[in-house]
Design a protein around this ligand. Structure first.
Ligand code: BGC
Length: 498
């Protein structure tokens, strides 16, 4: 072999060696980053842990706070709002009633014709209207004028079957799903906005008065007979079809629960004694907070950046508005610190609330072997391409961690209510079931969340007690419930019966 050939061979060998070393180094670097990303997920998972013992502590804390909130106004983070509903629908309600259901980015208007015993709901119609986002953070008049105008349009389409007898004004049940300090069955002042609404000048005002003024501006003749929270509406709607319904839970954009309390167990109630001896209490459990809640740095940062820092901590851990945002924040950290998506952080990933819960649910439920849905969602929503299967698997794992924590905490909240009602044990001779009416998009559409909630409740209660409890889906019960409560609190009821 000539000298030149030897040199060429040596140089080639050296180059190959260098290239191999670069490849190895790159791979090591990649694996190092991967290990870092996995570490972030593992650490998060540990902090999100909800073993049964912890959930029982959460449930106990919920029960304690319920007592405190019932004892005195401001006695607890749980407002335990007296709804002024001391009797729930019986099935005897008759007449034509409207309802307006406002609680998220959409509102519903509906009309129902109630036929009384045996006939039930004879006719019902509804329409859904979305609220332009600028109205959610604008002015009181802006929001209520828009709603009243839509309601007026809806009334104009009223068919023959919904005509009222002459001389009778239309009556409305108003479902307003925000914390409201009720002052009567048809009045109440807004405590604070939640779920992305933020209109300063509404806080402290009577929302029925605001709606009534807006309806007058539209020349719409309508009386608000009942103001109800969606949980109270759902409880009323649930009771209409099932006599054993004693509590309701909403798991949607926001979350909350209501239940039937003994009037005597409400020391802060100094109003007219309840005829039935009972009172529906709107817990506003979204604002529950306890040292037993498995809060992580991501939850705390999301809270700090939110429209309502320090408020609605339970809601921010379990409800639909926030699950995607928690995941987005973890992915952001993985992108920044572990180059999870490559050398740069995908710009769309930095946009708050870019990941919504329906997307999380779709990715979580992806059954395809190559996680095609996850791939498409990442591409379509976050403009992230070229994801590997192991990256997609990690994302599904994150969805599972966040949804599981939320669903298990929701189950712990329900256990807290059952404890307060004395329904967490089976008493001798107790035959009657306690039915809990559940509704909300998260509960309805996120199957894994729903399954986990139900399984956790069984795990916490034990098989024997669990058999005495039923979870019932009360689909869209809050609007119908408000119409039913408008019927039982109709201005004409006493006139008719005298
Ligand atoms: C509100 C509650 C409401 C719940 C579910 C929460 O943000 O504070 O009043 O019941 O969302 O809609």
């Amino acid at each position: 072999m000539g000298k030149v050939t030897v040199v060429v061979v040596c140089v080639a060998a050296a180059a190959a060696g260098v290239a191999a070393a670069v490849v190895v180094r790159r791979r090591m670097k990649r694996e190092g980053k991967w290990a870092k990303a996995v570490g972030i997920v593992k650490e998060f998972e540990e902090k999100c842990g909800t073993p049964a013992a912890k959930l029982k502590q959460v449930a106990d804390a919920m029960t304690v706070e319920m007592h405190a909130g019932l004892a005195s106004e401001g006695g607890s983070k749980l407002k335990m709002i007296i709804s002024y509903v001391d009797s729930l629908p019986t099935g005897d309600e008759t007449g034509i009633f409207y309802a307006l259901d406002l609680g998220g980015t959409n509102f519903r208007v509906l009309r129902v014709q109630l036929g009384g015993k045996d006939a039930g709901i004879v006719n019902q119609e509804f329409e859904e209207v979305s609220i332009p986002s600028h109205l959610m953070t604008g002015t009181t008049d802006g929001l209520f004028d828009y709603i009243a105008a839509e309601l007026a349009k809806y009334v104009l389409q009223e068919g023959q079957e919904f005509q009222l007898p002459p001389g009778r004004q239309r009556e409305l049940g108003f479902t307003f799903s925000f914390p409201v300090m009720q002052t009567s069955i048809n009045s109440g002042t807004l405590v604070r906005w939640t779920k992305g609404f933020n209109i300063d000048d509404t806080v402290g005002r009577d929302v029925v008065a605001e709606l009534t003024k807006a309806m007058r501006r539209q020349a719409l003749e309508m009386n608000v007979s009942a103001l109800v929270n969606d949980t109270v509406g759902t409880l009323a709607g649930g009771r209409y079809t099932n006599k054993d319904v004693v509590a309701s839970v909403i798991l949607g954009t926001g979350t909350n629960a209501a239940y039937v309390e003994r009037a005597q167990a409400i020391p802060k109630w100094h109003g007219v004694p309840s005829k039935s001896g009972e009172m529906v209490v709107n817990m506003e459990w979204g604002n529950f907070r306890s040292s037993h809640l498995p809060l992580t740095e991501y939850d705390l940062a999301m809270d700090t950046d939110s429209l309502n820092p320090g408020e609605q901590i339970f809601e921010k851990m379990i409800s639909g508005m926030y699950l995607g945002e928690i995941i987005r924040r973890i992915l952001c950290r993985m992108a920044e610190e572990a180059a999870f998506f490559g050398d740069t952080v995908p710009p769309k990933l930095k946009v708050p609330f870019a990941l919504r819960t329906p997307e999380i649910s779709a990715m979580h439920h992806d059954q395809s072997s190559d996680l095609k849905v996850v791939e498409t969602k990442l591409k379509d929503i976050l403009e992230i391409c070229n994801t590997s299967l192991r990256m997609r698997k990690t994302i599904v794992e994150l969805c599972n961690i966040v949804a599981t924590r939320g669903a298990r905490l929701a189950a712990a909240g329900i256990l807290g209510i059952l404890k307060k009602m004395g329904r967490d044990v089976v008493r001798d001779g107790e035959r009657q079931k306690a039915v809990i009416a559940l509704d909300g998009g998260l509960y309805e559409h996120y199957n894994e969340y729903r399954k986990c909630l139900v399984n956790t409740l069984e795990e916490l209660l034990g098989e024997e007690v669990y058999k005495t409890i039923d979870i019932e889906h009360a689909k869209d019960g809050s609007g119908i419930g408000a119409a039913l409560l408008a019927a039982s609190h109709s201005h004409y009821v006493s006139a008719d019966s005298s």
